[in-house]
Design a protein around this ligand. Structure first.
Ligand SMILES: *[C@@H]1O[C@H](CO)[C@@H](O)[C@H](O)[C@H]1NC(C)=O
Ligand SMILES: *[C@@H]1O[C@H](CO)[C@@H](O)[C@H](O)[C@H]1NC(C)=O
Ligand SMILES: *[C@@H]1O[C@H](CO)[C@@H](O)[C@H](O)[C@H]1NC(C)=O
Ligand SMILES: *[C@@H]1O[C@H](CO)[C@@H](O)[C@H](O)[C@H]1NC(C)=O
Length: 481
């Protein structure tokens, strides 16, 4: 409550002052506080039943993923899973990828089967795959049968999940919870531990399970609570720990850097708990608003700025990878792309990937208390590589405010170049003609091919200092090398 009041006052202050200034110094070499980066921190999650259609029947999918590979040299990690992984039964006799029936094409199936070809298709992806399998039906032999096909066919298999968002098993009438009539974090943890050992030993594979996978906020459900129940045998089968997150809210609260900071701070204890095990911590499924998104929030350019700032802040906090969820095709406001149009959030994920590409470590320069974010990434030799500046003031119409970022420590060059991520307003939607641009470029609908002329801005540097003006609801990627 107190925080909220203070935020309103702050918003009023910046509303009347058109341009403020923040000052940061870029460290000359990577500080010890810097967080090591994954080679591909921004990933994509595909809802289990839709995965074959995304890959076979949505023409943008391959190119949208390839655009990230062009930046980093590595295809982005994907995760296949979600609510429908716990409605799915493996059927070794079907030649189909998935079999289900729905009343309307925009419905998710209440039950489905999948065949070996599902795993064959996943094996063709050139990046790493996390595959979500069923625990809710409490049929471990069926899950082990599917897991064996996955490990046999998929040389790109990173990990297997055993169940999705188990806190909802009782309300979802899932057998594993209804059989006993009670389902608590402790009961779920014991179940996960047991399954980790049984599935891992059936596969003769350690470091194979992506554990956790809850959506409800920690500490009730989360890595610290789960890890406290695990002995060394259980832990040997765990590859990493995952949590889900859908912050929701309005477009202005979603994109606000200080709100993103408070939202991600709830994972600090779980990140620390995972670190004590030597395993990674990831956001295994996330996006702006749960249930496919909200029309007034998820497809807007402000959600692209959220995607950008959230991905980079997550990485700065030690969240190794962030998988943005893609649900039912044709009923998905937060999707980065669809069968027809691009989604604005893709631009945020693209810029986050461009910022972190090839970098070894990241540091957040600001303290997360304002709308103005500043990050720096360092190369493998420890030299500053790029700076990302985000002005998350919500802009809709009228005079567009701006923030000036004064950066010191820029070295001896006379100028530095940058690319701007912008759109007409935070409310811009691609399907309404409000195409964002990054360095003047856009992504084509249906194909995801980048178009337009790449345009760099140049900022004068004097005595190692330069001033960068970033409009309300804009971001700037500054290239130091
Ligand atoms: C591909 O998409 C079209 C258009 O929605 C649909 O009619 C068709 O059934 C889909 N095919 C597959 C294999 O998903
Ligand atoms: C569990 O899975 C096995 C192997 O796939 C199958 O034979 C069996 O019928 C399933 N049991 C139930 C209760 O569905
Ligand atoms: C580890 O925990 C599991 C249950 O989670 C138990 O079955 C197993 O016996 C334990 N192993 C050791 C060595 O204590
Ligand atoms: C994508 O399609 C929408 C119409 O659905 C259009 O307004 C927009 O300009 C198109 N974007 C590009 C980059 O062509």
């Amino acid at each position: 409550m107190f925080l909220k009041c203070r935020k309103v006052v702050w918003a009023l202050l910046i509303g009347t002052v058109s341009a403020g200034t923040v000052t940061y110094s870029i460290p000359a070499s990577v500080p010890t506080s810097a967080t090591p980066l994954d080679v591909a921190p921004v990933g994509i999650s595909f809802e289990f039943f839709t995965f074959p259609s995304y890959f076979l029947n949505v023409s943008a999918t391959n190119q949208c993923l390839k655009n990230f590979e062009t930046l980093t040299g590595v295809w982005p990690p994907i995760r296949i899973g979600g609510t429908t992984q716990d409605r799915a039964t493996y059927d070794p006799s079907t030649s189909a990828y998935v079999v289900y029936s729905v009343a309307a094409p925009t419905d998710a199936p209440a039950s489905l089967t999948f065949g070996q070809s599902f795993m064959s298709l996943a094996s063709t992806y050139a990046g790493n795959v996390v595959l979500g399998l069923n625990r809710a039906h409490d049929n471990i032999s069926n899950t082990i049968a599917a897991a064996k096909v996955a490990t046999a066919k998929m040389s790109n298999l990173r990990a297997i999940e055993l169940g999705n968002e188990p806190e909802y098993y009782l309300t979802d009438d899932q057998p594993i919870a209804t059989e006993s009539g009670t389902w608590t974090p402790a009961i779920d943890a014991a179940s996960q531990d047991n399954w980790d050992i049984l599935v891992g030993s059936a596969l003769s594979k350690t470091n194979i399970i992506q554990a956790g996978n809850s959506n409800s906020a920690p500490p009730t459900w989360g890595a610290a609570e789960l890890i406290a129940t695990e002995n060394d045998t259980v832990q040997s089968y765990v590859y990493d720990y995952a949590h889900h997150n859908y912050p929701g809210g309005t477009i202005s609260s979603l994109m606000s850097h200080s709100d993103i900071s408070s939202n991600l701070a709830i994972f600090n204890d779980d990140i620390a708990a995972a670190a004590t095990t030597g395993k990674d911590y990831v956001l295994g499924e996330t996006n702006s608003v749960s249930g496919g998104g909200a029309s007034t929030v998820s497809p807007l350019f402000g959600a692209a700025l959220w995607t950008l700032d959230y991905s980079v802040l997550a990485s700065s906090l030690g969240i190794k990878r962030t998988y943005f969820h893609h649900g039912t095709i044709g009923a998905c406001y937060y999707c980065f792309w669809g069968r027809y149009d691009m989604g604005a959030p893709y631009y945020g994920a693209y810029v986050a990937t461009a910022f972190m590409a090839g970098a070894a470590a990241v540091v957040e320069l600001d303290d997360g208390s304002t709308d103005y974010a500043a990050y720096v990434v360092f190369d493998g030799a420890g030299s500053p590589l790029r700076v990302l500046l985000v002005n998350s003031d919500y802009y809709s119409s009228g005079t567009r405010g701006s923030e000036t970022f004064v950066l010191g420590g820029l070295g001896g060059a006379a100028s530095v170049k940058s690319k701007r991520l912008t759109a007409a307003s935070a409310n811009s939607r691609v399907d309404q003609g409000g195409n964002p641009t990054f360095g003047g470029q856009t992504f084509a609908n249906e194909t995801c091919v980048i178009g337009g002329t790449e345009t760099f801005e140049s900022t004068a540097v004097s005595g190692g200092t330069g001033s960068f003006v970033v409009g309300a609801s804009e971001a700037l990627l500054v290239y130091l090398q």
